[in-house]
Design a protein around this ligand. Sequence first.
Ligand SMILES: Cc1cc2nc3c(=O)[nH]c(=O)nc-3n(C[C@H](O)[C@H](O)[C@H](O)COP(=O)(O)OP(=O)(O)OC[C@H]3O[C@@H](n4cnc5c(N)ncnc54)[C@H](O)[C@@H]3O)c2cc1C
Ligand SMILES: NC(=O)c1ccc[n+]([C@@H]2O[C@H](COP(=O)([O-])OP(=O)(O)OC[C@H]3O[C@@H](n4cnc5c(N)ncnc54)[C@H](OP(=O)(O)O)[C@@H]3O)[C@@H](O)[C@H]2O)c1
Length: 257
Amino acid sequence: MLQPYIGFNQAVVTKRIDWTENLFSLRVKAPLINYTAGQFVKLAQYDEHQELIRRAYSIVNHPIDHKATGELEFLIVTDPDGLLTPGLHMLVEGDELLVGHEPAGFMTLDEVPEYTRILWLLSTGTAIGPYLAMLNDKSIAQRFDKVVLVNAARFEAELSYQKEIEQLKQHYQERLVYVRIVSRESVSGALSGRIPMLLKSGSLQKAAGVPLESSHSFVYLCGNPNMVRDSSDSLIELGFSKHLRRKPGQFSSENYW
Ligand SMILES: Cc1cc2nc3c(=O)[nH]c(=O)nc-3n(C[C@H](O)[C@H](O)[C@H](O)COP(=O)(O)OP(=O)(O)OC[C@H]3O[C@@H](n4cnc5c(N)ncnc54)[C@H](O)[C@@H]3O)c2cc1C
Ligand SMILES: NC(=O)c1ccc[n+]([C@@H]2O[C@H](COP(=O)([O-])OP(=O)(O)OC[C@H]3O[C@@H](n4cnc5c(N)ncnc54)[C@H](OP(=O)(O)O)[C@@H]3O)[C@@H](O)[C@H]2O)c1
């Protein structure tokens, strides 16, 4: 049994999915916590000096699923030189880890301004995770005319959760548009390049078949901080402004590092 630590619950891995050699999902059974779709918690393990290494991970499953199953799901990319992910990557069914019991983060549907008719969810790599939790929220169909989900990966194999996204598309029909971007190989049906340039050139909007207008759109940016910075610049050029609680705008972001 793992040594307890203040602020953390003990959890057990119940399922593992390997998308690629470095990209995997873990489902863990943990005591129930109260979170909102889009939020993250900390995962932690002890290192060889018995020091706790903890990092933030977005929760992929919706709170309703967590309440029903007692499980939390995470999508993780291993950095071979990182302190925590190589250890997480070694976990298999039945192994233990620690999960923080204080979810955090403001990238949630509650924070999206009321006027929004078209919601853009732009991600690189593992940052598709929090959007999948949000897309399983019942309020989506009532609140938005359209949701555009975008995931940019280096290679096609790193576009995870394709089956679940297909099911969401079946559920929402033309209300949900999914755009794939693959930057390091040519893939039919996927855009190539990077989100900031694709926004600036209008290629992303064209592929989505949805105009990007600040009057009724809201954009979330999540993942690689350089993508977030450069896409913010592109959006500002397109007439958008950063959303702040004291000064509402049309885009907001969460950096993964
Ligand atoms: C709010 C928030 C939510 C996050 N959610 C997730 C998540 O759902 N899945 C996930 O895999 N990571 C997520 N991260 C990143 C995670 O917290 C760790 O930073 C990451 O797993 C690396 O940890 P490490 O100890 O192995 O590497 P470290 O020893 O901390 O070194 C990490 C280095 O790897 C790079 N890096 C870190 N995270 C990523 C990433 N996700 N993709 C690409 N490069 C990265 C950076 O260059 C960083 O300097 C999130 C971070 C934040 C702040
Ligand atoms: N060792 C390995 O074999 C291996 C393999 C995969 C991942 N990793 C590790 O995992 C980490 C995460 O990799 P990842 O592929 O999930 O995330 P990533 O490096 O953020 O790449 C995901 C997508 O974001 C794009 N991107 C990168 N920088 C950008 C920028 N400044 N603006 C806009 N888009 C940008 C990438 O395009 P580009 O292709 O144009 O950069 C790619 O399409 C890496 O940092 C690495 O440590 C290791």
